[in-house]
Design a protein around this ligand. Structure first.
Ligand SMILES: *Cc1c(COP(=O)(O)O)cnc(C)c1O
Length: 406
């Protein structure tokens, strides 16, 4: 085989489809986010970031930065080992205690990322519980799918957000068979929210374990930022709550919160938990400070909701199509990979507005989009500039507008 030729031609076909990934090289400015410096061939320019998952700007919060500085000075750079061999720092334990409290669970277990937490926890549970059947929502995140696949357990895919289909599928199974139902609260690309209570009703009726990915919910929903399940008073009915420290909490890491025995089981048997260096203690301390702050302060959540509303109503006034949903995510629909990339490039080059195009395979073909994530740190001026630029490019590209009178 001509390996080089193979790589090259595979990449060319991705380019031809208009979905070759180009990463924007930026330098986020602490204290000035969402403003950032963009680098292109040694030249720099200023951009406003509109597609970050640092949803609340906690990545630059003074309390978070202070905690990280302090712990770097106290503990040094790295953890120095895996959790098993000298790497369990006091700050990891404090963070796990904080996370258990956030979700009102007996215990929590920290991983190096949300991806790893899903992969390791689902993979371990599904592989090791004898004859376990996994029921997975059709739109689950890649990290959950990979964990389930790795487990080699039997699996059924239920229709997205459909407790009815889940119920039908569970009803076909032996009542004594162990079952694990995996789903998300907020789905990150469409911004829709699962009917959590109804799904839990079905799980309980069939004695199935429930596993929820609250990655796009934690920090953002609920009076203490415990997620959508906290807002709806459902946390105690869920077997495993999984979340990230890298999005609304603004730092890095992932976790599960569950019973003492379940966490201990995953701690004991998950390869992805044990055979990797623990997070730097300063990262754990930063995440801990972020969680503590958002447990007590709703100001960031309220201002975010306000910014989201402002962007949505302006899009509506201009007739720019976006997917309606009950969350903080605004998918502006383009429906074509080449156009999506073109608009994204144009916004960057002409207006210093950075919105990454979202193409296949992240979303289905024909639903290519710009995913806007307004945050408390976007000013009225930022919003006005975004909307007038979008309006201009929509006219320029002759993209359909919604009937404004309707
Ligand atoms: C981003 C994401 C993850 C992974 O979390 P990281 O901490 O970024 O690794 C898991 N689930 C969903 C739904 C996500 O969007």
């Amino acid at each position: 085989m001509d390996y080089e030729n193979f790589f090259g031609s595979e990449l060319q076909s991705v380019r031809d489809e208009g979905r070759y990934r180009v990463f924007a090289e930026i330098e986020r400015k602490a204290g000035n986010f969402p403003q950032a410096t963009r680098y292109v061939d040694g030249e720099t320019s200023n951009v406003t970031v509109w597609c970050s998952n640092d949803y609340l700007g906690m990545g630059q919060h003074p309390k978070v930065l202070q905690a990280m500085h302090t712990v770097i000075d106290e503990c040094g750079a790295g953890a120095g080992g895996t959790r098993n061999i000298s790497g369990t720092n006091h700050h990891h334990v404090l963070l796990e205690t904080e996370l258990a409290d956030l979700h009102n669970k007996e215990d929590a277990l920290l991983f190096t990322s949300g991806y790893v937490s899903n992969w390791a926890a689902l993979g371990t549970l599904a592989a090791r519980i004898p004859n376990c059947m996994v029921l997975s929502d059709a739109l689950n995140h890649a990290s959950m799918i990979e964990g389930i696949r790795y487990s080699q357990a039997d699996r059924m895919i239920f229709e997205h957000n459909s407790p009815e289909d889940l119920d039908r599928k569970l009803a076909t199974l032996d009542p004594d068979r162990p079952k694990l139902v995996a789903f998300e609260s907020v789905y990150s690309m469409d911004g829709d929210i699962a009917p959590i209570a109804e799904i839990l009703d079905v799980c309980e009726a069939h004695n199935a374990m429930s596993y929820i990915d609250e990655v796009h919910g934690v920090g953002l929903y609920g009076p203490r930022g415990g997620g959508v399940a906290e807002r709806e008073g459902l946390m105690d009915r869920i077997t495993v709550i999984e979340g990230t420290l890298g999005k609304a909490f603004g730092v890095m890491g992932g976790y599960i919160a569950a019973s003492k025995n379940l966490c201990d089981y995953v701690r004991t048997f998950a390869s992805g938990f044990i055979f990797t260096t623990a997070l730097p203690p300063a990262v754990a301390a930063g995440a801990c400070a972020s969680i503590r702050h958002l447990k007590e302060s709703s100001a960031e959540r309220e201002r975010q909701q306000d910014r989201v509303e402002k962007v949505r109503s302006a899009l509506d006034r201009m007739g720019i199509p976006h997917l309606p949903n009950p969350s903080h995510i605004i998918p502006v629909m383009v429906g074509d990979a080449h156009k999506c990339k073109f608009i994204s490039d144009w916004l960057m080059e002409n207006h210093g507005i950075y919105v990454q195009p979202i193409n296949y395979p992240t979303v289905p073909r024909g639903t290519e989009r710009l995913r806007l994530t307004p945050s408390p740190v976007h000013s009225d001026g930022d919003i006005d500039r975004l909307l007038s630029a979008l309006s201009e490019i929509w006219s320029h590209c002759e993209l359909a507008r919604r009937d404004i009178a309707a």
